[in-house]
Design a protein around this ligand. Structure first.
Ligand code: 0X9
Ligand code: ZN
Length: 335
């Protein structure tokens, strides 16, 4: 059972409603916020902050930052992050260990980094010439400025190739931007954008990382059962493995049963979240790819079992993504 008791995938409006309700019901512990920039389609990007005496923002505590859904179709990423908010709120009331760790940190939580894309994927229906699948499998954001004008009308809809307009928010950060593993063409699924931080979604994340003391971050994706650490591209691989970074990644992976590796070992990427944040701030950053066969398979397996570490997942009995998140929080609380 998940901390919230949820049994099906949330819609965007569920996230927005629950974020506000958590803050309203726990005014000293939880505050809801809206990111500085709205999206290309004018949506708010919402988040939560959870801390003892949460409104005292000048307490100087380290920030543990958890986020999901850079990629529209990766619904379990948002679920995992939203459940983490409930985990902390429930645990603060009932679990001494969680209360102690929350007392030493500030926890910033953004379940849906890319609400424009997520809403298209989550509410997919056949539209015009395109199938439901074209919409449901959307990956990128809704920047249509780089598309040829004839494709820019109708805003963020599937293009005639069945792929999608927009920039990949996880290729748009300034870390190694413009290198391998990011497409230059607007129609590519890994389109890097017109410049580093050309997108409101990546700028919003930058604003948190650059204005707060973010010592630890996890960005959730699907679907590969991996705990990934920088660097994302083989040709900038530092000559020495960083033992502390590896040790922390291995520790998280021991909880969810995933494979821990540097992300270049998966494939080359540039412009990703933690390849920027790590070199910009030296704070730990990981990508966790929630395991599963598809980008958003059955809720019971892709979300409940992977979160809680239930059989038949690879993390059976070890705590699942919940365990990995608790270990990351423990590292932020007592580095
Ligand atoms: O390609 C990506 O952005 C991630 N995989 S996904 O299937 N969710 O699209 C993996 C990125 C891993 N690399 C780094 N974080 N550097
Ligand atoms: Zn992804």
């Amino acid at each position: 059972v998940l901390p919230s008791g949820r049994t099906s995938y949330r819609h965007l409006y569920d996230y927005e409603y629950e974020i506000k309700e958590l803050a309203r019901n726990n005014p000293n512990l939880v505050s809801a916020f809206t990111m500085p920039e709205s999206t290309w389609e004018g949506r708010d990007v919402m988040g939560l902050e959870i801390a003892t005496d949460v409104k005292n923002v000048t307490d100087g505590k380290p920030v543990d930052f958890t986020m999901g859904v850079h990629h529209a179709r990766e619904w379990p990423a948002g679920e995992t992050v939203m459940e983490w908010a409930y985990e902390l709120v429930n645990g603060y009331a009932h679990d001494n260990q969680i209360r102690s760790m929350v007392g030493k940190t500030r926890n910033v939580i953004v379940p849906i980094v890319n609400p424009d894309g997520f809403d298209i994927s989550r509410e997919a229906e056949p539209k015009g010439d395109f199938s439901r699948f074209d919409y449901e499998m959307k990956r990128k954001n809704c920047n249509v400025n780089d598309s040829p004008p004839q494709y820019a009308t109708g805003v963020c809809k599937a293009n005639p190739a069945g792929r999608i307009r927009g920039t990949d928010p996880n290729r748009n950060y300034a870390g190694f931007w413009g290198g391998n593993g990011a497409e230059i063409a607007w129609s590519g699924d890994t389109f890097r954008g017109s410049a580093p931080f050309s997108e409101p979604e990546s700028r919003n994340i930058r604003s948190i990382v650059s204005s707060r003391q973010v010592t630890n971050l996890i960005t959730f994706h699907t679907n590969a059962a991996l705990v990934l650490r920088p660097p994302g591209v083989a040709d900038v691989r530092p000559p020495l493995e960083e033992p502390q970074y590896k040790a922390l990644g291995d520790k998280l992976a021991s909880r969810n049963g995933y494979t821990s590796e540097p992300s270049w070992a998966l494939y080359d990427t540039t412009g990703t979240t933690e390849d920027w944040s790590y070199w910009a701030t030296a704070g730990w950053g990981f990508t966790i790819e929630v395991g599963g066969a598809g980008f958003h398979e059955a809720y019971e397996t892709a979300v409940v079992a992977e979160y809680a570490g239930l059989a038949p997942t690879t993390g059976a009995g070890k705590g699942g993504n919940r365990g990995a998140l608790l270990d990351m929080l423990a590292n932020a609380a007592d580095p």
